[in-house]
Write a new protein. Structure first.
Length: 348
């Protein structure tokens, strides 16, 4: 049996939401599966690749259900558990719902990890759920070759307050709730080149609950919402554009970046997932001629427990930014605009 000092990231081939199947392959796989029979009570399904399923249970309420799990993004087991749980709950918040219940998803190499380490992972997940007011009611575990942890999460939402990813409108302002760069920081950690400041930025950002989504759901000026995870900012924005049959313009200088991630990216630290993301959707993105590769990589950087991406009425944008700031998302800002046109992104 390994000691408690084992590096969790050394036991996995990838980490966090960077483990997601690449966008192009996922599209191929889902396209090969027959669509299910139409169900009018299923308000949100798989059609627009939204963050969670939404099922209407009565005239006023709907159940929101999602699942998310991945391999370690950090070495500390408690932090890994917290980040994984926070990330899973984010999908519920992105629909505007209040999470109430979760089930644990656990796969662990029991021949390599002491029970005490696995227990710390579960404790981290429970701590994040307690912060969110969510009960963990059970779950399922298996002996797996790589450590995997996550949640199946359930929430409730008023049917009139569901926030989808395909309901943006022309002229909407585009707000990003958290800075980018978590994938870069995790890659640096795995290589052993992440300093304490960068580590604190990674953990602090990835464990910040996106509970502001509940408040945003009650604001009529908010038209669409999603969260930025494994496909990066550009990938998830393209999902919004495709769903609404609209385009978007992003102002590069307005996109918030974690300070350590900016330095590391400029020094050449990147992720394989960023390259796969760009290969999958780069044909729908127009970049300025002076954008350098590390800037592009940050825009495609897989985020684990990333920020909410919101579209709203232009006249209400600054007020909504203040809502984010008031809930502790101090770098939330307007990064662009939704516009008429094909489902493409222009970065300027």
């Amino acid at each position: 049996m390994e000691s408690e000092n084992v590096r969790l990231t050394s036991l996995s081939h990838g980490g966090g939401c960077g483990c997601k199947i690449a966008p192009a392959l996922l599209e191929e796989l889902l396209g090969a599966v027959e669509g299910q029979k139409a169900e009018p009570r299923l308000l949100v399904g798989t059609d627009t690749r939204d963050d969670a399923a939404v099922y209407k249970i009565n005239e006023r309420q709907a159940v929101v259900a999602t699942t998310d799990f991945f391999m370690p993004i950090v070495d500390d087991p408690f932090d890994f558990g917290r980040i994984s749980a926070t990330n899973a709950l984010s999908d519920v918040y992105a629909m505007g719902a209040n999470p109430i219940l979760a089930l644990g998803i656990v796969g662990m190499p029991v021949d390599k990890l002491p029970a005490t380490v696995i227990a710390k992972i579960l404790s981290g997940g429970r701590a994040a759920c307690e912060d969110a007011g969510v009960v963990i009611g059970g779950g399922h575990s298996i002996d797996a070759p790589e450590p995997i942890y996550g949640l199946a999460a359930v929430g409730l939402v008023d049917v009139d307050r569901v926030k989808r990813n395909d309901t943006a409108r022309p002229g909407d302002a585009l707000i990003l709730g958290k800075p980018l760069g978590i994938g870069i920081l995790s890659a640096a950690l795995k290589r052993g080149v992440l300093d304490r400041q960068g580590h604190d930025e990674l953990v602090g950002t990835a464990t910040q609950l996106n509970s502001v989504g509940i408040e945003l759901a009650s604001i009529a000026a908010v038209h669409a919402m999603t969260d930025v995870t494994g496909f990066g900012l550009l990938g998830h924005l393209l999902e919004m554009c495709s769903g609404a049959a609209l385009g978007a313009k992003v102002t590069l200088d307005r996109v918030p970046i974690l300070p350590s991630a900016r330095v590391l990216a400029a020094d050449g630290v990147t992720t394989g997932a960023a390259e796969r993301n760009w290969a999958g959707y780069g044909g729908s993105v127009r970049l300025p001629d002076d954008v350098v590769p590390w800037q592009r990589n940050l825009l495609c950087d897989p985020q684990t427990s990333g920020g909410l991406l919101v579209t709203c009425e232009q006249g209400d944008a600054e007020r909504l930014v203040e809502v984010f700031h008031g809930r502790g998302f101090l770098e939330a800002t307007v990064i662009g605009v939704i516009e008429e046109g094909p489902a493409e992104i222009t970065v300027r």
